[in-house]
Design a protein around this ligand. Structure first.
Ligand SMILES: Cc1cc2nc3c(=O)[nH]c(=O)nc-3n(C[C@H](O)[C@H](O)[C@H](O)COP(=O)(O)OP(=O)(O)OC[C@H]3O[C@@H](n4cnc5c(N)ncnc54)[C@H](O)[C@@H]3O)c2cc1C
Length: 284
C-alpha cells in the first residue's frame, strides 16, 4: 500500500516546529528516522495532513556528559549509540541492547527519541531507560520540563508527551564504580521484536547485591519493573537458593499479556529464565 497524500516541512528551528504544531494540532506528525512512522503511513494506520521533519534540528543531536549525567539527544540513532565510547563507558546497558534492535539498516536511521516517543512495549530503549532511572527532557513553546522514565510511559504507545511537545533528550545517571549492568532478550530470530527481554543492573559490594533494577519488555502495555523481587535481593548474596526463591517470586509478580504466538505462562517462564541468567552475570 502507499501512504495517503501529505504535506512535508523540513523544520530549521524548534520555534518553527512549535508554530507548526500549534497551527496544525493533531493533523501534524513529527518525522525523525521514519522507521516506524513511514510504515504506519504506508499501512494507512495513520493519516496526518502534515509531516514535520525534525532531522535538521541541532539541539536534538549529540551524546554528551553534562551535569554529571549522560545526555543522549533525541535524534541520536540506534547505531550511534551502539558505537559510542561514552555510552559504553557510562551506560553499558545501552551498548549491550543496541544490537538487538532490528537490523543494521534500521539502526542506521531509527532514533533514540523516536523509539522512546513511540513507546512500543516490546522495544529495547523504553525498558533500558526505565532500568537506568533516566529522565526524559521534553520541550515546547512553554519551555522545558523533565519527566522520570517511570512516569513517561503511560500505556500502550502512550507517553506523558502533551500536544505541542517534543522529546529533546534523555538524561541518564552515570554507571557507578561498583555497578554492573546486563541486557538480554529472547526473540524467534535475531532482529525480530523480542518475545521478552530484561534490562538489569545492581551494585555489587562484598558479593552482595544492592539497588537491583529488573525492567522487562514485551510483557505488559509498558516497560515493567519487578519491585518485590528486587526487594528480596537487596543486600543478599545471590547463591543458588536465593536465585530459586527470586525466580519463584518473579513468576507470581509478573502479569504478562499473551500475544498471538506466546501464552502468558510462556512469557512468565522466559522472563524467569532471563532473570536467572542476569542475576548470575550481575553476581559474577
Ligand atoms: C522491520 C523493523 C523492525 C524493527 N525492529 C525493532 C526492534 O526489534 N526493536 C525496536 O525497539 N524497534 C524496532 N523497530 C523500530 C525502530 O527502532 C524505529 O526506529 C523506532 O521505533 C522509531 O524511531 P524513528 O526515529 O524511526 O521514529 P519515526 O518513525 O520517525 O517516529 C516514530 C514516532 O515517534 C514520534 N517522534 C519521533 N521523534 C520524536 C521526538 N523527538 N519527539 C516526539 N515525538 C517523536 C513520531 O511523530 C512518530 O509518532 C523496527 C522497525 C522496523 C521497520
Amino acid at each position: 500500500m502507499k501512504a495517503p497524500p501529505f504535506d512535508y516541512v523540513r523544520a530549521s528551528s524548534l520555534a518553527q516546529v512549535f508554530e507548526l504544531l500549534e497551527r496544525h494540532g493533531d493533523d501534524a506528525r513529527l518525522l525523525a528516522g521514519g522507521q516506524t512512522l513511514v510504515a504506519t503511513l504506508n499501512m494507512r494506520l495513520s493519516e496526518p495532513a502534515l509531516l514535520i521533519d525534525i532531522t535538521a534540528l541541532e539541539p536534538l543531536r549529540g551524546i554528551t556528559l553534562a551535569g554529571g549525567l549522560l545526555r543522549i539527544g533525541a535524534l541520536v540513532t540506534h547505531a550511534e549509540i551502539e558505537a559510542s565510547p561514552l555510552v559504553a563507558r557510562h551506560a553499558p546497558l545501552l551498548t549491550q541492547a543496541a544490537p538487538h534492535i532490528a537490523h543494521r539498516a534500521i539502526r542506521n536511521l531509527g532514533t533514540f527519541g523516536g523509539s522512546l516517543a513511540y513507546a512500543d512495549p516490546s522495544a529495547e530503549w523504553p525498558t533500558c531507560v526505565r532500568a537506568l532511572d533516566a529522565t526524559l527532557v521534553l520541550v515546547s513553546a512553554r519551555g522545558e520540563r523533565r519527566v522520570a522514565a517511570a512516569d513517561f510511559f503511560q500505556g500502550l504507545y502512550t507517553t506523558a508527551l502533551k500536544p505541542g511537545e517534543l522529546l529533546l533528550a534523555c538524561e541518564i545517571p552515570l554507571l557507578a564504580a561498583d555497578e554492573h549492568q546486563h541486557f538480554d532478550e529472547l526473540a524467534r530470530r535475531h532482529g525480530d521484536y523480542a518475545i521478552t527481554g530484561l534490562a538489569a543492573r545492581a551494585l555489587r559490594r562484598a558479593g552482595r547485591l544492592h539497588a537491583v533494577r529488573l525492567a522487562f519488555l514485551g510483557l505488559e502495555d509498558r516497560p515493567v519493573r519487578a519491585p518485590r523481587t528486587e526487594a528480596l535481593l537487596e543486600g543478599r548474596v545471590p547463591d543458588e537458593a536465593l536465585l530459586a526463591q527470586a525466580s519463584q517470586l518473579l513468576r507470581t509478580e509478573l502479569q504478562p499479556m499473551a500475544d498471538l504466538t506466546h501464552s502468558a505462562e510462556t512469557k512468565r517462564h522466559l522472563a524467569a529464565v532471563l532473570c536467572q541468567r542476569a542475576l548470575r552475570r550481575l553476581a559474577a
